[in-house]
Design a binder for this molecule. Sequence first.
Ligand SMILES: [Zn+2]
Length: 265
Amino acid sequence: MKDFAAVKRVKRHEFPYVYAKGKRLFHIVATLEDVPGALGSVLELLRKRVNLIGSVSYSLKGGEAIWSSFGESLSPVETEESLSRLIQSSNLTKEFEVHQSKDGLLVDGFHSGIQTETGESLVMLPREGLSHMFDQVVAEFGSGGELLLYNQGTLLGRDGAEVFIRMLGAEVAKSKVADLRPVFSASGWGIPTRLAENPPGTYTLMVEDCFECSSGHEVARTCSFLRGYFEGSGTAILGILIACEETKCRLRGDPHCEFVIGPKK
Ligand SMILES: [Zn+2]
């Protein structure tokens, strides 16, 4: 799989809420016929009326698709009703709702959770808050806390690998380890880059912007959760016992974290 080089990589923007004081914001949700051009026809209608801030669209089962978007109206007199009349004129729109912000605050009251296209439910957490929770575990329990985080990472890594094994089959999943690596960054965990392989079968994985040490607090710990995660997922997907050691960590003053991953001796 090719790396992105021409387009600079960014964090995916999510829209559980936006706040823009003094602006006239709208949340538009529509069920569309899942046919080519349906979304384009709605966007064409709104083109001169709404500046879209962020949108998401996806197919549902049964020939329907969802489009959900936050946008700022370009007119000071735009209302939920006036936008609704406009959207109603599209014959590819089945159902829709328009909700206006109050005092500049717009909240996504539509989505009832998050799931991947393959049906795995996810939870969104503030990464620095999660890292801060890990700080607290080690502050309370010391090396026992590090062991707990390591064990939890191992468990989650194994569970995560089993999703891919179920989806792809064990042999294909094993051959796709490198191709699956960007799932880690797309999920907001950090940016992994595989460095030198030395000795054969053992390699160093650099993780930039690692979530586990992102709290910014000075706590004497390492990224034990991720160390366990790499061991658990590697062991499950490769079918041999994998060992992982963190040789560099931002919590020790290094610019990024590095993990040496290879067969367990
Ligand atoms: Zn680290």
